[in-house]
Design a protein around this ligand. Structure first.
Ligand code: AMP
Length: 219
């Protein structure tokens, strides 16, 4: 399977889309945010990570690179995987290029989810997710509402709100996105692998577009 990266502002749908790609191609979903959320806050490092996340600030590149390298070595990644939330800045993109080149691989496709700030603010306000299986819902958008209020459609666990899904944190995450992540648009444009996608569409419409891109790019 091709190596995909996402460039997407917070709540643009990268989690939803990467999970859809994973279930279509039957490969693991690697969410850096989820890996970080799983780290215990009993240690100093765990406390630092939780604090950074709460503030919408990126965690140190070395911490992320170490976490990712360890995850990619697991057996389930041999036939491919989808990365959700990495790289998030140019340094990480360079780290990832180096990691892949050691394996004789490269990033093949950069999916850029384009969406306006105002639309995202609304999504954040009504976003809920399942702490058990990670599925994301939106209580305001008909196509994304859970079938039973407050319960996950997939594992029936009680849905919760992420601690960084509030207006204050969102503004900071948006600023972080603009200063740190947006430069990746040019980085991948120069490599001729950038695919912008209008992400004001429904999740299914976006997925259809993504599949077309992945199938065109398939070798
Ligand atoms: P996400 O679940 O992708 O929205 O990420 C939630 C938070 O985790 C971000 O706001 C960052 O604090 C942290 N995070 C996720 N991915 C990365 C990354 N690649 N580099 C640094 N921090 C990250």
């Amino acid at each position: 399977m091709k190596n995909i990266v996402f460039i997407a502002p917070p709540a643009a749908g990268k989690g939803t889309q990467s999970k859809k790609i994973c279930s279509f191609y039957k490969v693991p979903h690697i969410s850096i945010g989820d890996l970080l959320r799983d780290i215990s806050t009993d240690t100093e490092e765990g406390k630092y990570i939780a604090q950074q996340m709460k503030q919408g600030i990126l965690v140190k590149d070395e911490t992320i690179a170490h976490l990712l390298e360890e995850r990619l070595q697991k057996e389930d990644c041999v036939n491919g995987y989808v990365l959700d939330g990495f790289p998030r800045n140019k340094e990480q993109a360079i780290i990832y290029d180096k990691m892949l080149s050691k394996l004789g691989k490269k990033v093949d496709i950069a999916l850029y989810l384009e969406i306006e700030y105002e639309a995202l603010k609304d999504r954040i306000a009504y976003r809920v997710s399942c702490p058990n299986c990670g599925h994301v819902f939106n209580t305001r958008i008909d196509t994304l509402k859970p079938k039973k209020e407050g319960l996950c459609d997939h594992c029936h666990h009680i849905l919760t709100k992420r601690s960084d899904d509030n207006e204050d944190s969102f503004k900071k995450r948006w600023n972080t996105y603009q200063t740190e992540t947006e430069p990746l648009i040019d980085f991948y444009k120069q490599k001729n692998i950038l695919h912008p996608i209008n992400s004001m569409q429904t999740a299914d419409e976006i997925f259809k577009e993504i599949l077309q891109i992945l199938e065109e790019g398939a070798s």
